[in-house]
Design a protein around this ligand. Sequence first.
Ligand code: ACM
Length: 266
Amino acid sequence: MKTGLLQFRPVLAEPEQNIERVGELLAPLDFDLIVLPELSNSGYFFRSAEELDRSAEDIGGGMFVNSLREIAQRKGSYIVSGVCERSGGRFYNTSVLIHPNGRMDVYRKIHLFDTEKKWFTPGDKPPGVFEVKGSFGNVLIGMMICFDWFFPETARTLALQGAQIICHPSNLVLSYCQKAMYARAVENRVFTVTANRTGTELCGDNSLTFTGQSVMVSPKGEYLISMNEFDEGSALVEIDPQTALDKNVTAGNNLFKDRRSELYKL
Ligand code: ACM
């Protein structure tokens, strides 16, 4: 299964410009599944409610998601992307899994980071898994968004439901997530695909610099993709997602069977 990620620099509050850039970057690629960063349509560091409103879309019929649908359909591929969503007068930091037949699965970020709490309503549904199908077989995909990584329960919840690939659209500003995702992959024996953005955004006297360095890690702790801090670009690797179904760590240890949930206070 040819799987990977796109690292790019969304322009704040310019969804048309952002879909044009995504289209350009995806056009030459041949993939089964690709992951784009968090809030790919809108950028991140909103300066006003008006700017957020102008950047957001109804994911059922919005321009950005519809354009991704067309790309997925044309290529016969799956696309995961972060989207700034407007629904019922609220805003959500959302990830969509777009199928080549136009179907869409949705996850809304449950752990909002810092100033996101000012703009977004947190998701109220547990992270779930979704099936994708192709010449590569039937594969279960989970989605989590950026700061969700800080709560290992998120990835574990997905792994316990059978997720083989965890797609992780991100806008990372702290320096250690990319390393932590190594642990999320190994401790759950899943593939993780962290698609981060690059660039700097300004809001008054404050600025945020996004750390790039998008990573994809295998269940056995191999870095399959490591991007640099600054550049836009993509990377794809051929994987066998069925290897994520093997939860035996040693001949005497099974990741799920050895859990002592009766002793945990979670
Ligand atoms: C983040 O959750 N965007 C840091």
